[in-house]
Design a protein around this ligand. Structure first.
Ligand code: DGY
Length: 320
């Protein structure tokens, strides 16, 4: 039996690659020297495409794949994709949010606790001998009993809210619409920031959320406030963030993502009131394997005529 053709824009984890190589004729666009010619040659045969959201998927590329039915994405984010064209052509999208939910939620909590307890500075205090020389490390701030605002109550936002509640925090959230969840819904983001000690951003990236965490939101969070961003750098007005952190109008930021990756703004990386990770929230062996497996499983579902496992509602990400 001939294997179905699969266009691959980004390689997947080894275990997933082995399964894909066994089941499909995999066309490695990522390795092709002339990418347009490669798509023109192999694109017409492909009903499916495997990629991740950090690679672009433009209208021109989609035009070269006229039979495309599914874009199977191994990341949660997909801000480089031309969703309007996909929706217009009825091309389905699957992503990996459920697979990375726990690790990303854990990372939000990790950044929050590290920032509130001064983990990075405390580690340096021990290593440098300051403990013996200068005495006890300064007292830090509890999270138990404090107020957590979750910006975006999707799958991962829910998991962050649950973890915050387990730490004894009072949880509220902002979302485009009331999710009817057990947490307090605050429809005004500035109000949520004003009523939070820690604000965690976990919304999808893209034009719809660009600059959502605005200067006004940052100022409402205030000098004792902590902003944690495990969403996308584009979600935060980074100029306003740097300004507020430098002047003390915002207390601290715990960041996994940046406007410019992998070379964040040096003004940000030189500030002492930041705790930083290199876009690593989902970066564990177990989770990256599980994310790649969602690609394998969704492709298998498509070709078996079964329901897709982790479909994305494109309509929710289109303007209007
Ligand atoms: C995602 O899945 O979108 C994460 O940012 C890792 O790529």
């Amino acid at each position: 039996m001939t294997k179905p053709d699969l266009m691959m824009l980004c390689p997947q984890r080894p275990a997933a690659m082995a399964q894909l190589d066994a089941a499909y004729r995999v066309h490695r666009w990522d390795l092709a020297p002339d990418k347009e010619a490669f798509l023109a040659q192999h694109g017409p045969a492909c009903r499916a495409l495997a990629t991740n959201g950090h690679a672009p998927l433009t209208r021109q590329m989609l035009d070269l794949m006229p039979r495309l039915e599914l874009v199977a994405c191994s990341s949660a984010g997909f801000e480089g994709f031309d969703l309007a064209t996909m929706a217009q052509r009825g091309i389905a999208l699957t992503n990996s949010s459920p697979a990375l939910c726990d690790d990303v939620a854990d990372t939000a909590i990790l950044l929050m606790l590290a920032a509130r307890r001064g983990l990075v500075a405390a580690d340096a205090w021990v290593r440098s001998g300051d403990w013996a020389r200068k005495g006890p490390f300064p007292l830090q701030t509890s999270v138990a009993g404090s107020r957590l605002g979750v910006v975006g109550l999707g799958t991962i936002g829910q998991a962050i809210a649950e973890r915050g509640a387990a730490l004894g925090m009072q949880v509220s959230y902002w979302n485009r619409r009331d999710k009817g969840a057990q947490w307090r819904f605050v429809p005004d983001l500035v109000q949520l920031a004003r009523e939070s000690d820690t604000l965690v951003a976990i919304v999808a990236g893209g034009e719809g959320t660009r600059g959502l965490i605005s200067a006004e939101v940052i100022d409402a969070l205030g000098p004792q406030g902590l902003l944690v961003n495990v969403a996308r750098g584009s979600v935060v007005d980074e100029e306003a963030l740097i300004d507020a952190l430098s002047s003390g109008r915002l207390g601290h930021a715990g960041l996994d993502v940046y406007a410019s990756e992998p070379d964040p703004d040096p003004r940000l990386t030189s500030l002492p009131n930041t705790t930083l990770l290199p876009h690593h929230a989902s970066a564990t062996v177990q989770t990256r394997d599980a994310m790649a497996q969602t690609v394998v499983d969704n492709l298998a579902a498509l070709f078996a005529g079964r329901e897709l496992l982790t479909p994305v509602d494109l309509g929710a990400y289109l303007p209007g």
